[in-house]
Write a protein that binds this ligand. Structure first.
Ligand SMILES: *Cc1c(COP(=O)(O)O)cnc(C)c1O
Length: 377
C-alpha cells in the first residue's frame, strides 16, 4: 500500500478516500486507470491478465485498508467463496450455518452430496452448539449477522475457540461490512465480501473479495483465482473503487435509517416480529453491542398476513423495490421464501429489507401505503 500515509492512524472515512490512488507525480492521474489488457510486455511482476491487473490492485489496496491483511478480488462474492472452499482437502469437515446466505448453503449442500466435503449444518447463533462441533472440524464458516435471519453470532468467542483448537475460520462479512466489525482483528483466517453489496453500493456490478493476514494463505488463494479463473473485470473493479469512496457516508446513513424504521416497525400491530440487533428488545442486542461498532442496515420482519398479501405488499411499494440483493443506495425488500433455495427455517412471512439512504419519513410512508394496498392492518 502507498507509503505516503500512516494507514494505522487513519480512520475508515479517510481510508476509503485516500487508498488505491496511483503514486503522486506532476500531471499524474488521481484515479487508477481501467486497465483493459490481457497481454503485458514480458519481464514484469504480473505477466498476464489473469494473474493481475492495475485496476484490481487499486481496489484490493482500498479493501485491505478497511479489513486489514492482503486482499484479492474475484468476479463475484460466490467466486470468492468457491476459491476459499476449494482450498479444503477432499472430504474435509466444515461447520456452517443451517440457514445462512442461500448461495453458500446451496453450494455447501451440493459439495456434501457429491462427497467433496462433509458439512455440519448448525445454528451459528447457538454458541454452545458451535463449540461442540469444533473438535474434528477443519473449518468454521461463519457469517454474522446471518442472512436473512439477522441473528448475531458470537464472533470473538467462536473465532478464538476455533483458533485455539487449530481449526481454520472464514467469515463472510458482507452484511455487517467493515464499518461495523473486522473479523481479521478477532483472529479469523480469512474475511470474505460480496463487494456487490455495501462496498460498491450502487447495484451496478458483481465482485467478491478475500482478505487475510496469512501470506501463505493469500498465495494459495491467488493460485486458486489464477487457475480457477474466477477473476474480476477491470471495469467492475474501477467502478467498485469509485463506489467505495462514499462507503462510510452511505453506511452511516443506511444504518441511521434502519434504526429509525426498525423502531417504527416494532410498534406496528400488523408486524409480529422485527429482527434488528439495534433494537433493545432484540434477543441479540447485548451480544451485538459487545463487539459490533453498529448494527448494520438490513432488517428482517414478519408480517401477520397471507403469503399472497405479503407478495402484494412487496410489489405495491413505490420507492422500495421488490428485488433480491442488498447494500445499495436504494432500499430493496423481498419475501425470502419466494426462493426455493431459501432455508425452511426462515418463516414464509419474513421480509428482508435492505435499507437505503433515502429519507426515512418517505420510506415509512411508502411502507404504510404498501401495507394498505395489500389490506394489511
Ligand atoms: C450476496 C451475498 C453473497 C454472494 O455474493 P455475489 O456477489 O452475489 O456472488 C455472499 N454472501 C452474502 C452474505 C451475500 O449477501
Amino acid at each position: 500500500m502507498s507509503s505516503e500515509h500512516n494507514w494505522e492512524k487513519l480512520h475508515a472515512e479517510t481510508k476509503v478516500v485516500a487508498a488505491g490512488r496511483p503514486p503522486k507525480k506532476p500531471d499524474g492521474a488521481l484515479n487508477p486507470p481501467i486497465s483493459l489488457n490481457s497481454t503485458l510486455h514480458e519481464g514484469g511482476p504480473i505477466g498476464y491478465g489473469r494473474y493481475g491487473n492495475e485496476s484490481w490492485s487499486a481496489l484490493e489496496e482500498a479493501i485491505s485498508s478497511l479489513e486489514g491483511g492482503q486482499t484479492l478480488i474475484y468476479g463475484s462474492g460466490m467466486a470468492a467463496i468457491s476459491c476459499v472452499l476449494s482450498l479444503l482437502p477432499h472430504g474435509a469437515v466444515i461447520t456452517a450455518s443451517h440457514h445462512g446466505y442461500q448461495g453458500t448453503t446451496t453450494m455447501l449442500k451440493q459439495m456434501q452430496e457429491s462427497g467433496r466435503l462433509t458439512v455440519r449444518f448448525v445454528d451459528l447463533a447457538d454458541t454452545d452448539a458451535v463449540l461442540a462441533q469444533i473438535p474434528g472440524t477443519q473449518m468454521l464458516y461463519l457469517e454474522s449477522p446471518i442472512n436473512p435471519g439477522i441473528e448475531i453470532v458470537d464472533l470473538p468467542k467462536l473465532i478464538s475457540a476455533a483458533k485455539a483448537a487449530g481449526c481454520g475460520v472464514a467469515v463472510d462479512n458482507t452484511l455487517a461490512s467493515p464499518m461495523v466489525q473486522n473479523p481479521l482483528a478477532m483472529g479469523a483466517d480469512v474475511v470474505i465480501h460480496s463487494v456487490t453489496k455495501y462496498l460498491s453500493g450502487h447495484s451496478d456490478l458483481l465482485l467478491g473479495s478475500t482478505s487475510t493476514n496469512d501470506p501463505a494463505l493469500n498465495v494459495r488463494l491467488e493460485q486458486a483465482r489464477r487457475y480457477g479463473g474466477a477473476i474480476a473485470g477491470p471495469f467492475e473493479a474501477w467502478l467498485a473503487l469509485r463506489g467505495l469512496r462514499t462507503f462510510s457516508l452511505r453506511m452511516k446513513k443506511s444504518q441511521e435509517n434502519a434504526m429509525d424504521l426498525a423502531q417504527r416497525l416494532v410498534k406496528d400491530p400488523a408486524i409480529s416480529r422485527v429482527r434488528y440487533p439495534g433494537l433493545a428488545t432484540d434477543p441479540y442486542h447485548e451480544r451485538a453491542k459487545s463487539f459490533m461498532k453498529g448494527f448494520g442496515a438490513v432488517i428482517s420482519f414478519e408480517v401477520k398476513a397471507t403469503v399472497e398479501q405479503i407478495d402484494l405488499m412487496c410489489n405495491s411499494s413505490k420507492l422500495i423495490t421488490n428485488a433480491t440483493s442488498l447494500g445499495g443506495v436504494e432500499s430493496l425488500w423481498e419475501r425470502r421464501r419466494r426462493w426455493k433455495t431459501e432455508s425452511e427455517t426462515i418463516p414464509e412471512n419474513l421480509i428482508r429489507f435492505s435499507v437505503g439512504i433515502e429519507n426515512a419519513d418517505d420510506l415509512w410512508a411508502d411502507i404504510q401505503s404498501a401495507m394498505a394496498a395489500a389490506k394489511i392492518s
